[in-house]
Design a protein around this ligand. Structure first.
Ligand SMILES: [Zn+2]
Length: 260
């Protein structure tokens, strides 16, 4: 890494919010989470009651915030979010939790202490690509964020309702930022809600891009060395965080009630 790279990373790190109290940090995570749901709704990632984004509580580290069962992504406000404990019990909030959300996300959060947030939805390009049972190829600059940093869960055994299945899924994810769940959809994680949501949004678009390009012809692959270089540029935690900020500003301006 050059001096310039180090300086750029330090400058970017200054963008990361700092908190004086755990309450401030919790509110910040919940605001980002509600905004991420609104964006998922806006982009059409909802499919009935499927899909969930979780944010680890900053104090009770085995608890996470998640959407109320059955509420449309586009209606979710900060005050609607529920807090679920390590047993799957709702300990704050007036709604139930989707069993699949608990089973999948509790195991991902448990296996990956570094992960603050995880996102999963049955978005159309993600699930279409997942049906092919293979990883994404380095065919665009954007998809290089996932170069050597996404995995395939090469199995499908029905709706994930069993903790053992959640564990296997978390094992497939390993230390990576994303996993393609065969015949199901995408799951992404991040060191912030912003990052996990951004990886999901850009991965969904990358699936769409490869489906389109492959339908039209034979996409040219980016050279492995260049894919690796680009991964370092567009695939870092900071890059994921920063990429989400314009979307956050946009959705808060369009739908300010999400902060209620
Ligand atoms: Zn699912």
């Amino acid at each position: 890494m050059t001096t310039n790279d180090t300086e750029a990373l330090l400058a970017a790190a200054n963008y990361l919010p700092k908190f004086d109290t755990v309450e401030e940090e919790r509110l910040h995570r919940k605001q980002r989470l509600a905004a991420a749901y609104r964006l998922f709704g806006k982009f059409g990632f909802d499919e009935g009651i499927a899909g969930h984004i979780t944010a680890r509580d900053p104090e009770r580290l085995d608890h996470f915030w998640v959407n109320p069962f059955g509420m449309n992504f586009s209606h979710i406000r900060v005050s609607d979010l529920i807090l679920v404990n390590e047993k799957g019990e709702v300990v704050e909030g007036d709604y139930g939790v989707n069993t699949a959300a608990f089973v999948i996300h509790s195991q991902v959060h448990a296996a990956r202490p570094d992960v603050i947030a995880a996102a999963h939805a049955h978005s159309i390009s993600g699930k279409s690509w997942s049906a092919l049972g293979r990883l994404l190829d380095p065919i665009t600059q954007d998809v290089c964020a996932f170069h050597e940093d996404h995995a395939l869960f090469d199995d499908y055994t029905g709706v994930v309702l069993d903790l053992e299945e959640g564990k296997r899924l978390a094992h497939a994810l390993g230390e990576k930022k994303a996993v393609i769940l065969r015949n199901h959809g995408l799951l992404t994680v991040g060191h912030s809600v912003d990052e996990a949501a951004w990886w999901f949004i850009t991965m969904e678009r990358s699936c769409q891009a490869q489906l389109l390009a492959s339908a039209a012809g034979d996409p040219v692959l980016i050279d492995p060395d260049m894919a690796k270089l680009t991964a370092g540029q567009v695939g870092s935690h900071i890059s994921g965080y920063l990429s989400f900020q314009p979307l956050y500003e946009k959705i808060v301006r369009e739908q300010p009630d999400l902060l209620d």
